[in-house]
Design a protein around this ligand. Structure first.
Ligand SMILES: [Zn+2]
Length: 165
């Protein structure tokens, strides 16, 4: 097995060459942080496509016990920005009267905003309860179709993004 040292990482964190989960290119050390105040997470970045991911995220199930971190104070603001962008895209490229889905909708703030401005938007999230419009939450999307599916802040949480899509 080929190993290499990277950017002052402790010998205990030396690891093998990693390949991008999106394009297959060799990735580079990007940084490290402490997750859940106890686990060391080492991040890799693909110099070709820019995808950033962590190696073996063994802490995910514990992390998803709370789908949205209490320290994330930008949730409402981002939902507002995302709804403005989504409205523009829908009006330009899609049928505004059609049915839409937000995959990984979190608390449902984005979907609430989209419904408030007139779109038939539904929410789907396997890990988080929709607090703002429970009646517009779907529990399965297997046999359904939508004009557009949005997924904000979702891909970075997938262990194998290409398998998902
Ligand atoms: Zn890549």
């Amino acid at each position: 097995m080929f190993v290499y040292l990277q950017h002052g990482i402790s010998p205990f964190l030396v690891h093998k060459i990693m390949y991008c989960k999106i394009c297959g290119n060799i990735t580079e050390y990007f940084g490290k942080t402490t997750v859940l105040r106890k686990y060391t997470a080492v991040y890799q970045k693909c110099p070709k496509c820019g995808f950033v991911y962590t190696q073996n995220p063994y802490w995910l199930s514990e992390s998803y016990e709370n789908a949205i971190a209490s320290t994330d104070i930008g949730t409402v603001s981002r939902a507002g920005t995302n709804s403005i962008q989504a409205k523009s895209i829908i009006e330009l490229l899609f049928t505004p009267s059609a049915k839409f889905l937000d995959y990984g909708s979190g608390y449902g703030i984005f979907v609430r905003r989209m419904r408030d401005i007139g779109y038939d938007y539904l929410a789907y999230d396997r890990h988080c309860a929709n607090l703002f419009l429970e009646q517009f939450t779907v529990s399965s999307i297997v046999n359904d179709s939508f004009e557009l599916v949005t997924a904000y802040e979702v891909v970075e949480h997938l262990e194998e993004p290409l398998v998902f899509f």
